[in-house]
Design a protein around this ligand. Structure first.
Ligand SMILES: [Zn+2]
Length: 165
């Protein structure tokens, strides 16, 4: 596997782990030239799973795209990449259990939001605002309010948030 830093093809696997569902293997690799460490996933190809978007168009379900959205939502937030990878894993397993060939985004979005709500309130609001494409400010503040009224509210205080992690 080509190193993303120096583009060398020489690497060694330093850790391999099978996912809970047994459908993917996560490998930690180390570049033999520059020492950079990176992660690869080997998974059973599920060519037939499509995501149905709001406008009715379809595209292949991609784990990396889901992770990318999460990383964006958690930018500059105290959330580790490992946490986000676990979220993706959980959602992928969840979707695989449903055994659907076509998955509407309206099913995936709420799953992601439920996880983010648990992990980081700011990331949750960011994700929700993109996912729901809020029509007006009123709708957006409703989400903020529901957050403030939920048990999540205390997490909005940074000190408590740090002690909770
Ligand atoms: Zn390298």
């Amino acid at each position: 596997m080509r190193c993303v830093k120096c583009h060398s093809l020489e690497d060694k696997v330093i850790d391999s782990r099978l996912s809970k569902d047994g459908f993917s293997i996560r490998r930690r690799r180390e570049c033999l030239r520059c020492g950079h460490r990176f992660t690869t996933y080997e998974q059973v190809e599920r060519r037939d799973v499509l995501v149905v978007k709001r406008d009715g168009t379809r595209e292949p379900f991609k784990r990396e795209k889901l992770l990318g959205g999460l990383i964006k939502a958690c930018e500059k937030r105290p959330v580790s990449l490992q946490t986000l990878e676990n979220v993706v894993e959980e959602i992928v397993n969840d979707l695989a259990a449903g055994n659907l060939r076509e998955i509407p985004t309206r099913i995936i979005g709420p799953k992601v939001m439920a996880q983010l709500q648990r992990i980081d309130p700011v990331a949750f609001v960011r994700y929700a605002s993109v996912y729901r494409q809020f029509q007006d400010v009123g709708e957006f503040s409703e989400v903020i309010e529901s957050l403030e009224n939920s048990p999540m509210a205390n997490l909005l205080q940074p000190d408590l948030f740090e002690s909770a992690t």
